[in-house]
Design a protein around this ligand. Structure first.
Ligand SMILES: Cc1ncc(COP(=O)(O)O)c(C=O)c1O
Length: 383
């Protein structure tokens, strides 16, 4: 796929607005998603165009496309408004008891901490494993702690928000399967920039908002629930459409107490249909380009910045290789905050996270943009 051509076609709105390197914060909507949003909203002025079939088709497509991205089955996908809701549902659905320990890494994004911390009122303990000397997740220590019989579950970000560190999901999946522990994954910083395959590396829950790497509207996302768990875990919040028979609008008050046998039992209707229609356009685009292509492109873009930062005496705080991601965090020599301010005033959109400048290039970024950032960072270090 010609990414320059794609940029012209789908991301022309970025032109003239500086250099956008902030998809780990919020991704831009492609033109086709903006068009889908506009078309849906225009039709809301005439609700008769919104048949139930049309709504169900859009939501079905959302489940199908989200499933394709992570190689799941569509009936393992519950649509969600964000990552946080998915993680809260996972935390409340698992049958945890007083004395059970949940393992996580210190420095996780708070969306993956508070839902589990909240279980302390039931006596469930959230144990945060301290980082390595580099400030990264200590996966070796996690493996040791997993041997403790009181440890019942692990909840981790696949890719960390403040370093771009990607955990070895295959190793974690194997260990939790062997030891009979649940594995919950916050995948918002990974899906879209990194191939994820829940058949190859099974997990129990995977929560993902679509507003970042998936280039979709705020308020869209999904929760993957492993098929076998869908059948046995009760819906933690009772969605009115989560129960059998709720698709027959002529007899909604029959109140069938049986939840759907698939992940829909965790869904909380009514959804923002227009936003999911736009998410579908974005996911189709991403699947057309291919996640491996996005991953390779983003990592090639890193090179110029890595060279400039290291050559000028700064530090790259993201890992490279298998533990890396499309997120590149750097601490240029000198004052990081003022280097960040200089990037901002030069029109570079990025983030300052936990003492480092976070650059998150995506499929629409070009080498020339990263070369410009490299030059600015080099100049900041010598100035
Ligand atoms: C790792 C991680 N989890 C979750 C979120 C956000 O969660 P939500 O989709 O609920 O807003 C972020 C946003 O920065 C994040 O980096």
């Amino acid at each position: 796929m010609d990414l320059d051509d794609l940029r012209q076609r789908e991301f022309a709105a970025l032109a003239g607005h500086g250099i956008f390197l902030n998809s780990a914060s919020v991704g831009p909507l492609p033109a086709s998603s903006v068009a889908a949003l506009g078309a849906c909203n225009a039709d809301r002025a005439r609700p008769s165009t919104w048949s139930l079939d049309r709504i169900n088709h859009i939501l079905g497509e959302s489940r199908r496309l989200a499933a394709r991205l992570i190689n799941a089955d569509p009936d393992e996908i519950a649509l969600m408004p964000n990552t946080t809701t998915g993680l809260n549902i996972a935390a409340r659905a698992l049958p945890l008891r007083s004395g059970d320990i949940i393992l996580t890494f210190d420095r996780e994004f708070p969306a993956n901490i508070y839902p589990w911390m909240g279980l302390s009122r039931d006596g469930v303990v959230l144990e945060r494993i301290p980082p390595t000397a580099d400030g990264w997740p200590d996966e070796a220590r996690m493996m040791e702690r997993l041997q403790d019989p009181d440890v019942r579950a692990v909840t981790v970000s696949l890719t960390q928000f403040s370093s771009g560190y990607t955990v070895d999901l295959a190793a974690l999946s194997r260990a939790t399967r062997t030891l009979g522990k649940w594995l919950v994954v916050d995948a918002i910083q990974a899906v879209g920039q990194l191939p994820v395959d829940v058949k190859e590396t099974p997990v129990d829950f995977l929560a993902c908002g679509a507003q970042k790497w998936l280039l979709s509207p705020w308020g869209t996302g999904f929760l993957y629930v492993r098929k076998e768990l869908c059948r046995v875990l009760e819906p933690t919040f009772a969605g009115w459409a989560a129960f059998m028979g709720s698709d027959d609008y002529t007899r909604l008050t029959s109140y069938d107490p049986r939840p759907w046998p698939d992940a829909r039992r965790f869904e909380l209707l009514t959804f923002p249909i227009q936003d999911f229609a736009a998410m579908n356009a974005s996911l189709e685009l991403m699947l057309e380009v291919g996640v491996p292509c996005i991953m390779n492109h983003a990592r090639q873009l890193h090179r110029a910045v890595i060279e400039a930062v290291t050559a000028s005496g700064g530090r790259v705080t993201s890992p490279q290789g298998a533990s890396g991601s499309a997120i590149l965090c750097v601490q240029p020599r000198g004052d990081v905050v003022s280097a960040y301010a200089q990037l901002q005033s030069a029109g570079v959109h990025c983030s300052l996270r936990e003492g480092a400048i976070r650059l998150s290039p995506h499929l629409f970024n070009r080498h020339a943009e990263l070369e410009r950032v490299a030059a600015l960072l080099g100049a900041a270090a010598s100035g």
